[in-house]
Design a protein around this ligand. Structure first.
Ligand code: PAF
Length: 303
């Protein structure tokens, strides 16, 4: 039974994974990091800076093929790693495991639901800001909100017991009985900001400050809004001009995650951001040429 104290295993100890590992453990939860080179019995130091507060904790680590069963799994890998990372620990997942997917983008949720039909799959999105300064060293860059809900809704779903503990550990966490609008809002904003900033190698704020870029935002955003509307999210379509402007302003000094990925020579999450939008647009026979051009431009530059 998973009704007691959750022991969280974290797959993807990047900025958000490390921040949440620290918060869950500070609140008294048992937390283990699953690392590719993790060895059972070894620990790994994690430093989290929150303003002037610096906390250092030592977490148990385990490799994917560890021995203990996993009852609660938090996945915070890059979108393109989600399925392979889950596959690498699949033998260890308890039959009624709770799996929380907090990676950016959309598309992998369906794949995970199909590959783990008996398990409890949740997905969510967070606007917590965190930077990985070095492996095992994270700086909290700003408070945000974390929304989590079932990946697929079925009648009679109730908020899981583990969420009480989660909510007490992670500030501003919201149980969302229909999390799809939150995922679509994040996707829509990412479709507008990420490819443009990555291709132009600019901070988010330049999408407002540089006229040549600012002019590209409304037509791109309108294409994204058309897909949102066709998918049943008219409220997101209506609000998108306001939401994108607010995110560009609030994150004006940031380099988007896609720009950071390109600069670091990592694959980008474009398949799970604009790529997913294109798939849904095709299903509704909607032409979105500006998004398609950005998708192709990123794909041709990506490593
Ligand atoms: O992916 C990102 O970088 C972020 O989601 C956002 C909102 C675009 C801000 O940089």
């Amino acid at each position: 039974m998973n009704t007691g104290q959750a022991h969280w295993h974290i797959l993807g100890a990047g900025a958000i994974g490390s921040l949440f590992a620290d918060a869950l453990s500070t609140d008294g939860r048992e937390v283990s990091l699953i690392l590719r080179d993790g060895v059972r019995g070894e620990t790994r130091a994690q430093v989290v800076e929150r303003g002037d507060l610096v906390s250092e904790k030592h977490f148990k680590t385990t490799g994917p093929r560890g021995h203990t069963g996993i009852s609660h799994l938090l996945v915070t890998t890059k979108a393109y790693d989600v399925c392979a990372a889950i596959d690498s620990v699949i033998q260890r997942l308890n039959p009624d495991c709770h799996v929380v997917l907090l990676s950016n983008g959309m598309g992998f949720q369906e794949q995970v639901l199909a590959s783990l039909p008996s398990m409890n799959i949740y997905c969510g999105t967070t606007t917590e800001g965190a930077h990985l300064l070095a492996a095992g060293h994270v700086r909290h860059a700003g408070s945000g909100e974390t929304r989590i809900g079932f990946a697929a809704r079925t009648a009679g779903d109730t908020r899981p017991v583990w969420f009480d503990q989660w909510e007490s550990a992670i500030d501003n966490s919201v149980w969302d009985s229909d999390v799809q609008p939150a995922l679509w809002t994040k996707l829509a904003v990412n479709c507008v900001i990420n490819p443009l900033t990555a291709l132009n190698r600019c901070h988010n704020g330049e999408l407002e400050a540089r006229k040549s870029l600012a002019n590209q935002v409304p037509p791109l955003r309108d294409e994204v809004a058309a897909v949102c509307r066709a998918q049943g999210h008219a409220e997101i379509a209506e609000a998108l001009p306001r939401i994108t402007a607010a995110v560009i302003q609030a994150t004006s000094g940031n380099r988007s995650s896609m720009l950071q990925d390109m600069d670091a020579g990592r694959p980008t999450e474009i398949d799970y951001i604009t790529g997913y939008l294109l798939e849904i647009a095709d299903q509704h026979s909607i032409d979105i040429p500006l998004n398609r051009a950005l998708f192709e431009a990123i794909k041709s530059r990506a490593h």
